[in-house]
Design a binder for this molecule. Structure first.
Ligand code: PMT
Length: 321
């Protein structure tokens, strides 16, 4: 049984999940983008220096209830953690594959208003649209930093919506990143569905409400993290997250996830305090990481990423690459 009481995931179950999933749109195009990104970053890192590439996953996966989807079940995640962490990894010299849920937070945009985004702009003189002076600095920074990272070939953004898309993309990124060995890292902050409706048993058309209460049976999504560690990218440095709403069970579950999934670190967080503090659980220690409360704009991701970069350096050194 795993940390959530599931029976241990077998590779056959994982294969059967993929076999029955709807094919990923533009699969070949995505493979080409990922391979080109990895190739460019590994060849530009210099002789004897391994390129550090991290895959940051961010946002929640959806579970469609209909093949021509009108309704779906969602996993909560604003994508703030993943977006902020991406900025700090880039600052630390990493190249980042940002695998994010479409419509969630983007790197360098956290200080822009999202409700509504149009508050940033002014169109009062009828001739030209201007950035509102109170947001000018933030808009300039978002455009500049984002463009520099993407055009400079250090940030590759790939979006998903459903659990089927997310897991297929994660698999193809992982198998490509394994070629980088220990200098590659996974930072799995996305909130991933545990239950889903198998594609072949799903209604094709919109479920009709006239037939009375809805009774749906959900199958369990195999825990893909074990496949990532054992099969797809066993050489890489892997960090998973554990989210709970009950602080009393959080640490115990994080410790069990560390052991069972054989990841290098688990970042434990509680929903209501996740922006203030996290606990990094390792084999022999547990480190509380807090944001600097004396600065309003300080984010917990800054010290968190700094700690993970240190641990990753030690892992690379230990692996002899
Ligand atoms: O986005 P924000 O609003 O900033 O919030 C950030 C966050 C709270 C979403 C983030 O910090 C976080 O905790 N993300 C992980 C949430 C989650 O899915 O936790 P879990 O306990 O259900 O899963 C634990 C691990 O198992 C995850 O790393 C996940 O990648 C993995 N998993 C989950 C389901 C599944 N079928 N297969 C998996 O491998």
């Amino acid at each position: 049984m795993d940390d959530d009481g599931q029976i241990e995931t077998s590779l056959a179950e994982i294969q059967s999940f993929f076999d029955s999933a709807p094919p990923l749109k533009d699969r070949e195009g995505i493979i080409t983008k990922v391979q080109d990104f990895i190739h460019k970053n590994s060849s530009s890192s210099g002789i004897g220096k391994a390129a550090r590439v991290v895959c940051v996953t961010s946002g929640g996966t959806t579970v469609p209830l209909e093949q021509r989807c009108v309704r779906y079940i969602d996993n909560f995640s604003s994508g703030r953690r993943g977006a902020a962490s991406t900025e700090y990894f880039l600052e630390a010299g990493y190249s980042v594959i940002f695998l994010y849920r479409s419509g969630t937070c983007q790197p360098y945009c956290s200080t822009l208003p999202d409700d509504p985004f149009l508050n940033c702009f002014d169109a009062s003189d009828d001739t030209a649209i201007q950035v509102h002076p109170s947001f000018a600095k933030e808009v300039k920074r978002a455009i500049k930093e984002n463009r520099a990272a993407v055009l400079g070939g250090r940030l590759l953004k790939l979006s998903f919506t459903t659990i089927f898309e997310y897991l297929q993309m994660l698999q193809l990124i992982a198998t490509s990143m394994n070629t980088l060995g220990p200098s590659a890292m996974f930072y799995l902050a996305a909130a991933v569905s545990d239950f889903y409706v198998p594609w072949e048993t799903m209604n094709v058309h919109k479920i009709q409400s006239g037939s009375g209460p809805l009774d749906i049976s959900l199958a369990q999504v195999p825990k893909m993290i074990s496949a990532l560690r054992r099969e797809w990218a066993p050489l890489t440095f892997c960090i998973s997250f554990k989210l709970e709403t009950d602080s009393k069970i959080l640490l115990e579950k994080a410790r069990r996830a560390l052991k069972k999934n054989k990841v290098h670190l688990v970042v434990a967080n509680e929903l209501s305090t996740r922006k203030e503090e996290v606990i990094v659980v390792a084999e022999n220690e547990e480190i509380v990481v807090r944001r600097n409360q004396s600065k309003a704009e300080a984010e917990v991701e800054r010290p968190l990423v700094a700690l993970l970069v240190d641990r990753h350096s030690a892992y690379i050194k230990h692996s002899g690459s």
